[in-house]
Design a protein around this ligand. Structure first.
Ligand code: EPU
Length: 449
């Protein structure tokens, strides 16, 4: 999809539904795409300089088209240099504000505040809004920017930000290691006057990859072992050429598919260092992996058994790995516990799994090793999964991106044929999922809507 057509119908409709017939062990190789949650922020980082920035490993997904559309609206010249390489060049920021049609679309506009304040001193950006996985406020982002001297006025669907001269360095102690707030403050701090210290920062590999790109652009950033990031502000940044890391969520999704279907999938581009916690969990369940020349291969080593998992900030178990894992655990004998500590409402998708025959009970209790932020509150954030259960094919409607692959996986292990709609959510973050699944032998077809 090109930028224009993505913008004409940002999230309007599915292009097609999927039909998946389960019970086939998936075998073969796929290549991991670049990480959505790294590249979208790196495209924004390109706004920090008036020189060209080239990114390689850019996945061709709707989310990327949306961000490129936003940048084009601000004055960025976007040039595709190859299938997965794009140049963004903003010699001049023509517009300081993004149009309201981006309100509620995604979380990227709020990351543009810092770069736009540096380039033009003011901006109005649309707010992301909540979604099916939780409220997702942006209070940490705004408080941090205020501490750096930004004058912020909040409106129902947008936020207006202004700075008199330059943003100034500050010591910001995040109440929780938020990925987005850490990225936002990094993008604001790199060209601020003085030093910014972000303590209790998130240090996900995607954030480290953003830092590597910013460092190549001339930024001075130090990551300490105690989750403190120190940024010494510089006046100007220069252009850059950077290759985005592979998508560890997509890799984990295909690993789960290999193990759930009792097949073997090599994911080219997968890197062990980004998956350490996930690989331990796979081993606990009965999966295994090996390094190959080009990536990692995943398979089932023994019959699957239950395990307990708590999602957490890096280097913990990612919340975005939770959905394929939960489906995988329906195929493991015994009772597993998955305690979700990042989002308060990320198990809604399990209702349709129950309809397929899965035994997934939700509770508001913290059944993990530690009480999380949701302790004593009315959030069903722990799942008890009992297996092994045979799943039956069903008509499934995807509610959000990561639940989407969970449903694909459920359909792959189920008896019979499932139809899946809401595929626009899945395709927003996974590049060519149908072609990749078909390449490893999945019986998947699409039907235009
Ligand atoms: N939070 C606040 N206030 C804030 C910011 C965050 O209370 O100002 C809370 C959130 O409500 C949530 C927790 O902190 O409960 C963590 O949120 P975080 O800011 O870390 O998440 P995010 O930056 O909004 C990114 C990814 C998510 C991924 C999370 C956690 C992007 C675009 N999104 O979200 O990815 O789950 O980090 O790793 O990078 C996805 O790709 O499907 C996805 C949801």
């Amino acid at each position: 999809m090109n930028i224009v057509s993505a913008l004409e119908q940002p999230m309007a409709a599915d292009r097609h539904t999927y039909s998946i017939t389960g019970g086939v062990p998936l075998e073969g190789s796929v290549t991991a795409s670049g990480a959505k949650n790294a590249v979208t922020k790196q495209l924004v980082a390109g706004l920090l300089t008036d020189q060209p920035c080239v990114l390689h490993g850019v996945p061709r997904i709707l989310e990327v088209d949306l961000v490129l559309g936003m940048l084009a609206e601000l004055g960025t010249q976007v040039t595709w240099l190859g299938e997965h390489s794009v140049q963004v060049h903003t010699p001049e920021v023509r517009e300081t504000s993004l149009s309201a049609m981006y309100s509620g679309v995604n979380r990227i506009p709020i990351l543009m505040m810092g770069p736009l304040l540096h380039r033009r001193g003011e901006t109005i950006v649309p707010l992301p809004g909540g979604c099916t996985i939780g409220k997702r406020p942006i209070d940490f982002h705004l408080e941090g920017l205020r501490q750096m001297g930004a004058d912020i006025a909040e409106h129902p669907t947008s936020v207006k930000v202004h700075v008199d001269d330059r943003l100034t360095g500050a010591h910001i102690d995040l109440p929780f290691p938020s990925v987005g707030a850490t990225e936002n403050l990094l993008l604001a701090a790199v060209r601020a006057s003085g030093t910014t210290v972000i303590s209790n920062a998130a240090v996900e590999p995607e954030i480290v990859d953003l830092i590597l790109m910013l460092q190549k652009m001339g930024a001075l950033i130090t990551i300490n072992t105690d989750r403190t990031i120190m940024v010494e502000g510089v006046r100007e940044l220069r252009g850059v050429e950077h290759t985005t890391i592979a998508d560890r969520i997509e890799i984990a999704s295909f690993a789960a598919a290999a193990i759930a279907t009792d097949g073997c999938i090599e994911v080219r581009g997968a890197r062990q260092e980004h998956l350490v916690t996930y690989l331990n969990t796979l081993r606990h369940i009965g999966g295994d992996f090996a390094e190959t020349k080009d990536g990692l291969a995943f398979w089932r080593a023994r019959s699957l058994t239950a395990t307990d998992v708590e999602t957490g900030v890096h280097p913990g178990f990612m919340t975005d790995w939770q959905q394929p894992l939960t489906v995988l655990l329906t195929q493991a004998s015994g009772t597993s516990v998955v305690h979700e500590t990042i989002y308060e409402d990320r198990f809604g998708y399990t209702e349709q799994l129950r309809a397929m025959g899965a035994s997934v009970d939700l509770t508001t209790r913290c059944l993990g090793a530690v009480a999380c932020r949701f302790h004593g509150r009315d959030f069903q954030h722990t799942a008890k999964i009992s297996g092994t259960r045979r799943l039956l094919g069903a008509d499934l409607v995807i509610p959000d991106l990561r639940a989407g692959f969970g449903y694909v996986l459920a359909a792959l292990v189920a008896d019979g044929t499932s139809t899946i709609s809401g595929t626009r959510y899945l395709e927003r973050g996974y590049e060519q999922p149908v072609a990749k699944l078909a390449a490893v032998g999945a019986r998947i077809t699409t039907r235009p809507v």
